[in-house]
Design a protein around this ligand. Structure first.
Ligand SMILES: Nc1nc2c(ncn2[C@@H]2O[C@H](COP(=O)(O)OP(=O)(O)OP(=O)(O)O)[C@@H](O)[C@H]2O)c(=O)[nH]1
Ligand SMILES: [Zn+2]
Length: 309
């Protein structure tokens, strides 16, 4: 029989088999297969199951993954951890304040999605709080990302803004929902799919302790069709196994321009006749995006790269 992995707590897995949630363990052998990733089975995996002599469920095989997103393991070793697999859409919840989501964080998320060819959207949440300066801040973010071609949406779980549009975007898909701890992931899922009753945090706790209420990635069936994967308060995405020359390919607007650079191995730092730097000087490529690009280049061991721009 096959099932869909909804949750992993390390030793046990919650698996959906034809609308029934069961708990399963891994067959011993499976644990040895993957040295590359710290978890051989991830949320979103389709798995084959068997029962042991006591009638307990065992995961015996992981079906081929359409895609998966990896993160560096928490201990910052070379090992990586599969965050989730078989993702149709990645949705980043963004709040300009409470908590602050930086351009750098958004760009890292988008680059990760581009690298895995997973469509990504940006959802500006808690818009009920946006007035005055906040409104301006959001409009600024929207302008940057809409110009590149990303879909953006404004939502509020509190006053219902954008919830119907969000439901339409998520319907019948497996959506990875990300965002800093406290941006309102659990609250938003509860609002679009009542009955799940996910635990939400008190905002004051986030401020003072940086508290995480969610600790494991977990997949939830949506009442209107599809699944959403809630991820624990993420500090950042690791750019795993990415070559410096590759990074620009995951910024769609840099990728579009780079064919016109004089050198085809141009890193768009201070090379002559660089089409990317030219587009930047015309404002066709945004300054914040370019700064994120440079920051990501310098993340790699080959850095530092400094632009004379
Ligand atoms: N004003 C306002 N507050 C919101 C909204 N959505 C969530 N909140 C508040 O933001 C806080 C954090 O919400 P959560 O849903 O727990 O955040 P989360 O992203 O799931 O956090 P983690 O589980 O730690 O990753 C809570 O106090 C919510 O009441 C919203 O649309 N408007
Ligand atoms: Zn260039």
């Amino acid at each position: 029989m096959t099932g869909l992995v909804l949750k992993s707590t390390g030793s046990h897995y919650e698996v959906l088999i034809e609308n029934k949630k069961i708990t399963a363990r891994l067959r011993g052998k499976l644990r040895l297969i993957s040295n590359k990733h710290t978890n051989p089975v991830a949320v979103g995996d389709w798995v084959e199951l068997a029962t042991d002599k006591n009638g307990d469920y065992l995961i015996v095989h992981v079906l081929e993954r359409k895609n998966y997103i990896i993160r560096r393991s928490v201990n910052l070793s070379k090992q990586t951890h599969i965050l989730a697999s078989n993702i149709d859409l990645a949705c980043l919840l963004v709040t300009p304040v409470f908590p602050e989501t930086s351009f750098g964080f958004i760009d890292r998320f988008l680059v990760t999605c581009e690298a895995y060819s997973i469509p990504a959207i940006l959802v500006f949440n808690k818009v009920d709080l946006f007035q005055g300066d906040m409104e301006e801040l959001i409009a600024n973010y929207e302008a940057v990302y809409q110009t590149i071609g990303y879909t953006t949406l404004r939502t509020s779980a509190l006053n219902g803004t954008g919830l119907e549009i969000l439901k339409n975007l998520l319907k019948d898909k497996v959506t990875l929902l990300s965002g800093h701890s406290g941006v309102g992931k659990s609250t938003l899922i509860n609002a679009i799919s009542p009955g799940l009753n996910l635990k939400t945090g008190d905002i004051s706790e986030y401020h003072f302790k940086g508290k995480h209420t969610t600790t494991y990635a977990e997949m939830h069936p949506l009442s209107f069709g599809g699944f959403v994967i809630d991820t624990p308060g993420i500090k950042g995405f690791g750019l795993v196994e990415m070559q410096p020359e590759e990074i620009g390919d995951y910024f769609p607007e840099i990728f579009r321009e780079k064919t016109n650079c004089r050198y085809n191995n141009c890193l768009h730092i201070n090379e002559p006749e660089c089409a990317v730097l030219k587009a930047l000087s015309f404002g066709k490529i945004s300054e914040t995006r370019y700064q994120s690009y440079l920051a990501m280049l310098n993340d790699e061991e080959n850095g530092p790269y400094r632009s004379s721009h």
